[in-house]
Write a protein that binds this ligand. Structure first.
Ligand code: HSE
Length: 284
């Protein structure tokens, strides 16, 4: 039997659309039990990634019963599909004798997911900066100051990535591209040098949030109030529907103020305090 644990991830982080992603302390655990009678279902992302990995290695697929203990809410912008992909590949890799390294796993995962921003931190942990190039994925990893906390505000409604990508424009005006390039640079430099005062400016985005915010009731109000309650900044996590708030140090006051505020809104929002995960996906 193989057991794989994979962290949740928060992608984009404001302006870093399809590029930035951070692993967080919320986990799914996947179990793969050798079972010749089980049937792999191509509609299931874990099964598909598992099967694809055997095929990519030119090996016969070993049928397995796959089960999940899930903490990561699905279709909420917290990387549940990236976790399934990473787990499927790592489960297959383990059964084949661990011949693939993390770089190979990331390349296969990106082929399946289409963009590397969730799968890279799901596999490596930490804050990953990832770009796709002809020869594969180019990545760098950043460790954050250890007093930063990430409070996930998770509504009860789901938002599919396909739906949230469909509302984006096909082309971006040059001034918006420049705007985002500047903000990503400010954000990464702020996180690398501990300039917390720049995080708010560094989270601004004109590529996806203005288009996606309308799909999320109370999006602008929640972002605005989070700042009043002391967040360094907030952003739409991945393709949504979760809103992520970055808070420094003790989160108690922020959490109680935010929970009180959210309880008055529709959609049963809940606030989950998290911290960065630096292990990434591991075999247990
Ligand atoms: N970068 C992706 C998006 C993350 O925003 O669509 C969600 O898969």
């Amino acid at each position: 039997m193989v057991r794989i644990r994979v962290p949740a991830t928060t992608a984009n982080m404001g302006p870093g659309f399809d590029v930035l992603g951070l692993a967080l302390s919320l986990y799914n655990i996947y179990e793969f039990k050798d079972d010749p009678n089980s049937v792999l279902d191509d509609k299931n992302m874990i099964h598909r990634a598992y099967k694809y990995t055997f095929q990519a290695m030119g090996k016969d697929v070993v049928n397995a019963e796959i089960t999940v203990e899930a903490e990561i809410p699905s279709s909420r912008g917290l990387g549940s599909s990236a976790a399934c992909i990473a787990a499927g590949i790592m489960g297959a890799n383990s059964i084949m004798g661990n011949t693939l390294d993390k770089e190979d796993i990331l390349n296969i995962a990106t082929q399946l997911e289409g963009h590397p921003d969730n799968v890279a931190p799901a596999i490596y942990g930490g804050l990953m900066i990832s770009v796709m190039d002809e020869d594969g994925i180019v990545t760098n990893r950043l460790e954050l100051s250890d007093d930063l906390r990430f409070i996930a505000l998770v509504p009860e409604f789901q938002l599919s990535t396909a739906e949230a990508r469909a509302v984006l424009p096909r082309e971006i005006p040059l001034k918006d591209a420049v705007y985002n390039a500047g903000r990503v640079s400010i954000l990464i430099s702020a996180l690398a040098t501990g300039r917390d005062d720049l995080i708010f400016q560094g989270l601004k985005d004109r590529i996806h949030q203005p288009y996606r915010g309308v799909l999320i009731p109370d999006f602008d109000r929640i972002i605005e109030i989070s700042r009043k309650f002391g967040a360094l900044g907030s952003y739409l996590s991945g393709a949504g529907s979760t809103i992520m708030c970055i808070v420094k140090g003790d989160t108690g006051r922020f959490l109680s103020d935010m929970e009180k505020y959210l309880s008055r809104l529709p959609n049963n929002w809940r606030a989950i305090p998290l911290q960065p995960d630096y292990e990434g996906a591991v075999e247990l």
